[in-house]
Design a protein around this ligand. Structure first.
Ligand code: GAL
Length: 449
């Protein structure tokens, strides 16, 4: 009799436990940490870890004329205009890097400055970039240069930009020219920033230039971005095999809003495949989205990871950004952009790119937060994730916070404030935010150990 009771009690317990697991999984199908139980100050980084911040030319330099300014005009968006007037204030801005204690700075070169008309080159502008690089090096800061961060000349856009494979030679010529001028001092290069964001925002959602909405074109652009990256990689490596060339890949995670929904799950898998999986396969196998791109295979010396959030997918996925309404779990905090802060996903993104088997550089991570109320916690959680991942053996070499200062946030204009420094766009005054102070002290503690 007592055996019978014991077996019933144990089976009851197991059934209860199982039900609990299933219930919890229903609520949070993806990993979720109890942050309150984690000591976020328990972090450590290797001595040679690089601390950085990231920017992009169109978002900070000011007074440009490129595909983006044309798009701002055409779509009646907020104008980038003077932006942070960084083209004139760069020396002061670089002092902010020094004051933070940074050892790497990721920025991009503006193609439209260097080749405003097809075939006519502005060497004075190239010289300014060259001076920037000298200045960074004199400060002990590694220049980390991106060749294409969403913007390019109008004449190239008019030829079809990345939508036409025949145009890739122009991108290659531009890249070679920059490389010839700067590679005696720049050892780390990103060819292209966020190929999937560029292609989906420009060709599916139509929110970025050229404002098109075509799945066929999106897939074409995705493949051409991979081809363009691979061409640049091969040429530059043949010129200087010792430089390190990578790409900045935005890994956004897609999780089903409802775990048991027959729709949410396949939607999440499909989007994850298009956004992340197809790209990784392209680099690992030279095959991408039904095309053979053999030169893409193993075309990375490092992978740049940009991580911001996860998207919860369901039946009603947006087809334009006006419709974008981000779902979040009840325990998650929404950032000002609308999407949730989900630091757990940073670890998953690291695990996702690890099979590429090259060192990882975190090329972007940050949060829109004008009041700086979320950024300190955001920073601490994400740095803790990196610290743990390094302890677990992942080869992560650097962290670049997005961004050094508030800047022109593309289709959102100046409404989204990502800066460690607040910028007053009337006076161009920069003020270090509390999170900037926090970042500085974390760097100081980590480097003085
Ligand atoms: C990235 C992009 C950056 C910046 C950031 C913040 O996708 O590379 O330029 O805008 O998002 O939203």
């Amino acid at each position: 009799m007592w055996e019978y009771l014991l077996i019933s009690a144990i089976s009851g317990l197991i059934a209860f436990k199982l039900a609990l697991i299933l219930y919890r999984r229903r609520k949070y199908p993806e990993p979720h940490y109890e942050w309150g139980n984690i000591d976020l100050d328990e972090i450590s980084f290797p001595d040679n870890f690089l601390w950085g911040a990231a920017t992009a030319a169109h978002q900070i330099e000011g007074n440009l004329s490129n595909n983006w300014t044309a798009h701002e005009e055409k779509k009646n968006l907020e104008k980038s205009g003077e932006a942070c007037n960084h083209w004139n204030l760069w020396k002061d801005d670089f002092q902010m890097l020094t004051d933070l204690g940074l050892t790497s700075y990721r920025f991009s070169i503006e193609w439209s400055r260097l080749e405003p008309e097809e075939g006519s080159w502005n060497n004075d502008a190239l010289d300014v970039y060259s001076q920037m690089i000298d200045d960074l090096i004199s400060r002990g800061i590694r220049p980390t240069v991106t060749l294409h961060h969403f913007s390019h000349p109008v004449w190239w856009e008019e030829k079809g930009g990345f939508a036409d494979e025949n145009n890739l030679n122009d991108f290659l010529n531009y890249s070679e020219r920059v490389f010839d001028a700067l590679s005696d001092r720049v050892d780390v290069w990103c060819t292209i920033n966020e190929p999937t964001v560029f292609s989906t925002m420009g060709y599916t959602l139509g929110q970025f230039p050229p404002g098109k909405r075509s799945i066929r074109l999106t897939l074409k652009v995705m493949r051409n971005l991979m081809r363009g990256h691979a061409m640049v990689y091969r040429l530059l490596k043949s010129k200087r095999p010792d430089v390190r060339i990578g790409i900045a890949k935005n890994v956004t995670l897609f999780d089903p809003l409802n775990r048991w929904s027959p729709i949410d799950w396949p939607v999440s898998r499909l989007l994850d495949w298009l956004w992340n999986g197809a790209w990784r396969k392209g680099i690992m196998t030279g095959k991408m989205l039904f095309a053979k791109i053999p030169e893409a295979k193993d075309s990375l010396d490092f992978v740049g990871l940009n991580y911001y959030t996860h998207f919860l997918t369901g039946l009603f996925m947006p087809t334009s950004t006006e419709e974008l309404e981000f779902a979040k779990r009840s325990h998650e905090v929404a950032t000002e952009f609308g999407y949730p802060m989900y630091a757990e996903g940073f670890r998953r993104a690291i695990e996702f790119i690890a099979p590429l088997n090259v060192p990882i550089e975190i090329t972007e991570n940050g949060v829109a937060d004008a009041q700086d109320s979320l950024r300190p916690e955001h920073l601490k959680r994400h740095l803790w994730i990196i610290s743990e991942a390094i302890k677990d053996g992942y080869d992560i070499r650097s962290y670049h916070h997005w961004s050094l200062m508030d800047n022109f946030e593309w289709a959102e204009g100046y409404s989204m404030r990502f800066g460690l420094h607040e910028v007053d766009f009337n006076t161009q005054e920069r003020t270090l935010r509390q999170s900037g102070e926090l970042y500085r002290s974390i760097i100081r503690n980590s480097t003085s150990k």
